[in-house]
Design a protein around this ligand. Structure first.
Ligand code: GRG
Length: 294
Protein backbone atom coordinates (compact mmCIF):
# COMPACT_ATOMS: atom_id res chain seq x y z
CA UNK A 1 0.00 0.00 0.00
CA UNK A 2 1.28 3.44 -0.94
CA UNK A 3 0.62 5.59 2.14
CA UNK A 4 0.75 8.95 0.39
CA UNK A 5 -1.93 8.09 -2.15
CA UNK A 6 -4.03 6.30 0.51
CA UNK A 7 -4.00 9.41 2.74
CA UNK A 8 -4.69 11.69 -0.25
CA UNK A 9 -7.61 9.61 -1.48
CA UNK A 10 -9.15 9.36 2.02
CA UNK A 11 -8.65 13.07 2.67
CA UNK A 12 -10.37 13.89 -0.64
CA UNK A 13 -13.28 11.65 0.33
CA UNK A 14 -13.75 13.57 3.58
CA UNK A 15 -13.26 16.95 1.86
CA UNK A 16 -16.12 16.02 -0.48
CA UNK A 17 -18.45 14.43 2.07
CA UNK A 18 -18.11 16.82 5.00
CA UNK A 19 -19.83 19.75 3.27
CA UNK A 20 -22.84 17.56 2.52
CA UNK A 21 -23.44 17.45 6.29
CA UNK A 22 -23.98 21.20 6.52
CA UNK A 23 -27.59 22.42 6.62
CA UNK A 24 -28.88 24.63 3.78
CA UNK A 25 -27.51 28.17 3.91
CA UNK A 26 -29.90 30.35 5.97
CA UNK A 27 -31.50 33.52 4.68
CA UNK A 28 -30.10 35.61 7.55
CA UNK A 29 -26.97 35.27 9.66
CA UNK A 30 -24.93 34.16 6.65
CA UNK A 31 -21.66 35.09 8.36
CA UNK A 32 -21.98 32.09 10.65
CA UNK A 33 -22.38 29.76 7.68
CA UNK A 34 -19.41 31.37 5.90
CA UNK A 35 -17.19 31.01 8.96
CA UNK A 36 -18.15 27.35 9.40
CA UNK A 37 -17.58 26.63 5.72
CA UNK A 38 -14.26 28.48 5.71
CA UNK A 39 -13.01 26.58 8.76
CA UNK A 40 -14.00 23.23 7.29
CA UNK A 41 -12.49 23.83 3.88
CA UNK A 42 -9.15 25.61 4.43
CA UNK A 43 -7.24 22.37 4.80
CA UNK A 44 -6.25 19.89 7.47
CA UNK A 45 -4.86 16.40 7.22
CA UNK A 46 -8.22 14.77 8.13
CA UNK A 47 -6.27 12.35 10.28
CA UNK A 48 -9.10 11.63 12.73
CA UNK A 49 -11.70 10.77 10.07
CA UNK A 50 -9.11 8.65 8.26
CA UNK A 51 -8.49 6.78 11.52
CA UNK A 52 -12.23 6.29 11.99
CA UNK A 53 -12.64 4.77 8.52
CA UNK A 54 -9.55 2.57 8.96
CA UNK A 55 -10.83 1.41 12.39
CA UNK A 56 -14.09 0.38 10.74
CA UNK A 57 -12.34 -1.53 7.96
CA UNK A 58 -9.88 -3.41 10.15
CA UNK A 59 -12.77 -5.10 11.99
CA UNK A 60 -14.42 -6.02 8.67
CA UNK A 61 -16.84 -3.08 8.32
CA UNK A 62 -17.59 -1.07 5.19
CA UNK A 63 -15.82 2.26 4.79
CA UNK A 64 -19.08 3.97 3.66
CA UNK A 65 -20.63 3.19 7.04
CA UNK A 66 -17.93 5.18 8.83
CA UNK A 67 -18.30 8.39 6.80
CA UNK A 68 -20.89 9.91 9.16
CA UNK A 69 -18.94 9.45 12.43
CA UNK A 70 -15.73 10.39 10.58
CA UNK A 71 -17.19 13.74 9.44
CA UNK A 72 -18.75 14.41 12.84
CA UNK A 73 -15.36 13.90 14.50
CA UNK A 74 -13.70 16.27 12.03
CA UNK A 75 -16.35 18.89 12.87
CA UNK A 76 -15.54 18.56 16.57
CA UNK A 77 -11.80 18.72 15.88
CA UNK A 78 -12.32 21.85 13.73
CA UNK A 79 -14.38 23.51 16.47
CA UNK A 80 -11.60 22.80 18.97
CA UNK A 81 -9.02 24.42 16.72
CA UNK A 82 -11.21 27.50 16.16
CA UNK A 83 -11.66 27.99 19.90
CA UNK A 84 -8.05 27.11 20.71
CA UNK A 85 -6.85 29.87 18.35
CA UNK A 86 -8.98 32.60 19.99
CA UNK A 87 -7.22 35.51 21.74
CA UNK A 88 -8.57 34.25 25.09
CA UNK A 89 -6.79 30.93 24.54
CA UNK A 90 -3.70 30.58 22.31
CA UNK A 91 -4.17 33.83 20.39
CA UNK A 92 -2.95 32.32 17.11
CA UNK A 93 -3.28 34.00 13.73
CA UNK A 94 -2.34 31.18 11.35
CA UNK A 95 -3.96 27.75 11.02
CA UNK A 96 -3.86 25.27 8.17
CA UNK A 97 -1.84 27.85 6.22
CA UNK A 98 -4.60 30.47 6.40
CA UNK A 99 -5.73 33.22 8.79
CA UNK A 100 -7.46 31.72 11.81
CA UNK A 101 -11.25 31.96 11.88
CA UNK A 102 -11.27 34.78 14.46
CA UNK A 103 -8.78 36.81 12.38
CA UNK A 104 -10.93 36.39 9.28
CA UNK A 105 -14.41 36.81 10.80
CA UNK A 106 -13.92 38.38 14.23
CA UNK A 107 -13.95 36.80 17.67
CA UNK A 108 -17.70 36.63 18.23
CA UNK A 109 -18.34 34.88 14.91
CA UNK A 110 -15.46 32.46 15.59
CA UNK A 111 -16.94 31.51 18.97
CA UNK A 112 -20.32 30.90 17.34
CA UNK A 113 -18.77 28.95 14.43
CA UNK A 114 -17.12 26.63 16.97
CA UNK A 115 -20.38 26.24 18.88
CA UNK A 116 -22.24 25.55 15.63
CA UNK A 117 -19.79 22.85 14.55
CA UNK A 118 -19.87 21.09 17.90
CA UNK A 119 -23.66 20.98 17.88
CA UNK A 120 -23.89 20.08 14.19
CA UNK A 121 -21.62 17.08 14.83
CA UNK A 122 -24.13 15.65 17.30
CA UNK A 123 -27.12 16.54 15.11
CA UNK A 124 -25.49 14.59 12.28
CA UNK A 125 -24.76 11.63 14.55
CA UNK A 126 -28.23 11.52 16.04
CA UNK A 127 -29.83 11.66 12.57
CA UNK A 128 -27.49 8.95 11.23
CA UNK A 129 -29.53 6.14 9.66
CA UNK A 130 -27.68 3.23 11.27
CA UNK A 131 -27.92 0.39 13.77
CA UNK A 132 -29.29 2.10 16.91
CA UNK A 133 -27.19 0.30 19.49
CA UNK A 134 -23.90 0.99 17.72
CA UNK A 135 -24.97 4.56 17.01
CA UNK A 136 -25.57 5.29 20.70
CA UNK A 137 -22.25 3.68 21.59
CA UNK A 138 -20.47 5.87 19.04
CA UNK A 139 -22.20 9.03 20.30
CA UNK A 140 -21.26 8.14 23.87
CA UNK A 141 -17.64 7.46 22.90
CA UNK A 142 -17.23 10.72 20.97
CA UNK A 143 -19.03 12.92 23.50
CA UNK A 144 -17.04 11.56 26.44
CA UNK A 145 -13.78 12.01 24.55
CA UNK A 146 -14.49 15.61 23.62
CA UNK A 147 -16.29 16.78 26.77
CA UNK A 148 -15.51 17.73 30.33
CA UNK A 149 -13.62 14.55 31.14
CA UNK A 150 -11.84 14.59 27.77
CA UNK A 151 -10.55 17.26 25.40
CA UNK A 152 -12.16 20.23 27.16
CA UNK A 153 -10.63 19.14 30.48
CA UNK A 154 -7.25 18.73 28.73
CA UNK A 155 -7.52 22.25 27.36
CA UNK A 156 -8.23 23.61 30.87
CA UNK A 157 -5.19 21.79 32.24
CA UNK A 158 -3.09 23.10 29.37
CA UNK A 159 -4.14 26.67 30.21
CA UNK A 160 -3.41 26.02 33.91
CA UNK A 161 0.11 24.83 33.06
CA UNK A 162 1.04 27.86 30.95
CA UNK A 163 3.98 29.84 32.31
CA UNK A 164 4.62 27.36 35.16
CA UNK A 165 7.99 25.65 35.39
CA UNK A 166 6.92 23.14 38.05
CA UNK A 167 4.81 21.00 35.68
CA UNK A 168 5.65 17.34 36.29
CA UNK A 169 5.88 14.66 33.62
CA UNK A 170 2.78 13.08 35.15
CA UNK A 171 0.83 16.32 34.70
CA UNK A 172 2.12 16.74 31.13
CA UNK A 173 1.04 13.19 30.27
CA UNK A 174 -2.41 13.94 31.68
CA UNK A 175 -2.68 17.10 29.56
CA UNK A 176 -1.56 15.34 26.38
CA UNK A 177 -3.83 12.36 26.96
CA UNK A 178 -6.90 14.54 27.40
CA UNK A 179 -6.27 17.49 25.11
CA UNK A 180 -5.11 15.50 22.10
CA UNK A 181 -5.24 11.79 22.86
CA UNK A 182 -8.87 11.23 23.76
CA UNK A 183 -10.33 12.40 20.43
CA UNK A 184 -7.71 10.46 18.46
CA UNK A 185 -8.56 7.30 20.40
CA UNK A 186 -12.29 7.95 20.00
CA UNK A 187 -11.79 8.26 16.24
CA UNK A 188 -10.37 4.78 15.75
CA UNK A 189 -12.58 3.22 18.46
CA UNK A 190 -15.80 4.64 17.01
CA UNK A 191 -14.72 3.26 13.64
CA UNK A 192 -14.30 -0.15 15.27
CA UNK A 193 -17.73 0.07 16.90
CA UNK A 194 -19.32 1.16 13.61
CA UNK A 195 -17.76 -1.82 11.85
CA UNK A 196 -19.16 -4.23 14.44
CA UNK A 197 -15.84 -5.06 16.12
CA UNK A 198 -15.82 -7.45 19.08
CA UNK A 199 -15.01 -6.21 22.59
CA UNK A 200 -11.47 -7.54 22.24
CA UNK A 201 -11.01 -5.80 18.89
CA UNK A 202 -12.34 -2.47 20.15
CA UNK A 203 -10.07 -2.75 23.20
CA UNK A 204 -7.06 -3.33 20.91
CA UNK A 205 -8.05 -0.26 18.88
CA UNK A 206 -8.26 1.74 22.10
CA UNK A 207 -4.70 0.77 23.03
CA UNK A 208 -3.54 1.60 19.51
CA UNK A 209 -5.29 5.00 19.71
CA UNK A 210 -3.82 5.83 23.13
CA UNK A 211 -0.28 5.15 21.88
CA UNK A 212 -0.58 7.04 18.59
CA UNK A 213 -2.36 9.89 20.40
CA UNK A 214 0.57 10.37 22.75
CA UNK A 215 3.07 10.02 19.90
CA UNK A 216 1.09 12.58 17.89
CA UNK A 217 1.30 15.16 20.65
CA UNK A 218 5.00 14.48 21.33
CA UNK A 219 5.72 15.05 17.62
CA UNK A 220 3.61 18.22 17.81
CA UNK A 221 5.89 19.43 20.65
CA UNK A 222 8.97 18.59 18.56
CA UNK A 223 7.62 20.30 15.42
CA UNK A 224 6.90 23.44 17.43
CA UNK A 225 10.68 23.63 17.98
CA UNK A 226 12.17 22.29 14.75
CA UNK A 227 9.24 22.37 12.29
CA UNK A 228 8.84 24.48 9.18
CA UNK A 229 6.05 27.06 9.52
CA UNK A 230 5.31 26.87 5.78
CA UNK A 231 4.81 23.08 5.85
CA UNK A 232 2.93 23.12 9.15
CA UNK A 233 0.65 25.98 8.14
CA UNK A 234 0.67 27.35 11.69
CA UNK A 235 2.91 29.51 13.84
CA UNK A 236 5.91 27.68 15.28
CA UNK A 237 7.81 28.53 18.48
CA UNK A 238 4.60 29.25 20.35
CA UNK A 239 5.35 26.82 23.21
CA UNK A 240 8.58 28.63 24.06
CA UNK A 241 6.91 32.00 23.64
CA UNK A 242 4.13 30.96 26.04
CA UNK A 243 6.68 29.30 28.36
CA UNK A 244 4.94 25.95 28.05
CA UNK A 245 6.53 22.82 29.46
CA UNK A 246 6.51 20.16 26.73
CA UNK A 247 8.09 16.78 26.00
CA UNK A 248 11.04 18.67 24.51
CA UNK A 249 11.58 20.42 27.86
CA UNK A 250 11.87 17.04 29.57
CA UNK A 251 13.73 14.98 26.98
CA UNK A 252 15.16 17.34 24.33
CA UNK A 253 14.29 17.02 20.65
CA UNK A 254 16.02 13.68 20.09
CA UNK A 255 14.78 12.15 23.35
CA UNK A 256 11.21 13.22 22.58
CA UNK A 257 11.41 11.74 19.07
CA UNK A 258 12.69 8.48 20.53
CA UNK A 259 9.79 8.39 23.00
CA UNK A 260 7.35 8.99 20.14
CA UNK A 261 8.91 6.12 18.17
CA UNK A 262 8.50 3.82 21.18
CA UNK A 263 4.82 4.74 21.42
CA UNK A 264 4.41 3.94 17.72
CA UNK A 265 5.97 0.51 18.20
CA UNK A 266 3.54 -0.14 21.06
CA UNK A 267 0.65 1.03 18.88
CA UNK A 268 1.66 -1.33 16.09
CA UNK A 269 2.01 -4.12 18.66
CA UNK A 270 -1.61 -3.58 19.74
CA UNK A 271 -2.77 -4.52 16.25
CA UNK A 272 -1.37 -8.05 16.45
CA UNK A 273 -4.80 -9.58 17.10
CA UNK A 274 -5.92 -8.57 13.60
CA UNK A 275 -5.06 -10.59 10.47
CA UNK A 276 -1.79 -9.42 8.95
CA UNK A 277 -3.30 -8.39 5.60
CA UNK A 278 -5.76 -6.03 7.35
CA UNK A 279 -3.26 -4.20 9.55
CA UNK A 280 -1.42 -2.24 6.90
CA UNK A 281 -3.41 1.04 6.85
CA UNK A 282 -3.34 1.52 10.66
CA UNK A 283 0.34 0.51 10.80
CA UNK A 284 1.17 2.97 8.04
CA UNK A 285 -0.82 5.78 9.70
CA UNK A 286 1.07 5.14 12.96
CA UNK A 287 4.41 5.45 11.15
CA UNK A 288 3.22 8.59 9.34
CA UNK A 289 2.47 10.22 12.71
CA UNK A 290 6.05 9.97 13.85
CA UNK A 291 7.64 10.78 10.49
CA UNK A 292 5.34 13.67 9.59
CA UNK A 293 6.64 17.17 8.94
CA UNK A 294 3.21 18.84 9.01
C1 GRG B 1 -10.74 24.60 22.72
C2 GRG B 1 -12.07 22.73 23.76
C3 GRG B 1 -10.87 23.18 23.10
C4 GRG B 1 -9.91 22.29 22.87
C5 GRG B 1 -8.69 22.56 22.12
C6 GRG B 1 -7.22 20.36 19.98
C7 GRG B 1 -6.94 21.37 21.00
C8 GRG B 1 -7.78 21.39 22.21
C9 GRG B 1 -6.03 22.31 20.83
C10 GRG B 1 -5.22 22.44 19.62
C11 GRG B 1 -3.89 22.91 19.99
C12 GRG B 1 -2.87 22.01 19.48
C13 GRG B 1 -1.95 22.59 18.47
C14 GRG B 1 -2.78 20.79 19.95
C15 GRG B 1 -1.77 19.88 19.46
C16 GRG B 1 -2.29 18.69 18.76
C17 GRG B 1 -3.28 19.05 17.75
C18 GRG B 1 -4.66 18.76 18.11
C19 GRG B 1 -2.90 19.56 16.59
C20 GRG B 1 -3.79 19.87 15.49
O1 GRG B 1 -4.25 18.70 14.90
P1 GRG B 1 -3.85 18.29 13.42
O2 GRG B 1 -2.36 18.41 13.23
O3 GRG B 1 -4.54 19.47 12.59
O4 GRG B 1 -4.46 16.98 13.09
P2 GRG B 1 -5.13 19.49 11.10
O5 GRG B 1 -5.12 20.95 10.75
O6 GRG B 1 -4.24 18.67 10.21
O7 GRG B 1 -6.52 18.95 11.20
Amino acid sequence: MELKSYLKERKELIDREILKFLPPEPEFGKKLYEAVRYSLTVGGKRLRPILCMAGCEIVGGKVEDAVTPACAIEMIHTYSLIHDDLPAMDNDTLRRGHPTTWVKFGEAVAILAGDALLNRAFEVLSEWDFDCERKVQVISEISRASGMLGMVLGQQCDLDAEGRNDVTLEELLFIHKHKTGRLITASVVSGGITGGGSEEEVEALKRYGDHIGLAFQIVDDVLDVVGDQEKLGKNVGSDIEKRKVTFVTFFGVEGARKRAEEEIERAVGSLKIFPEDKREPLEAIARFIVEREY
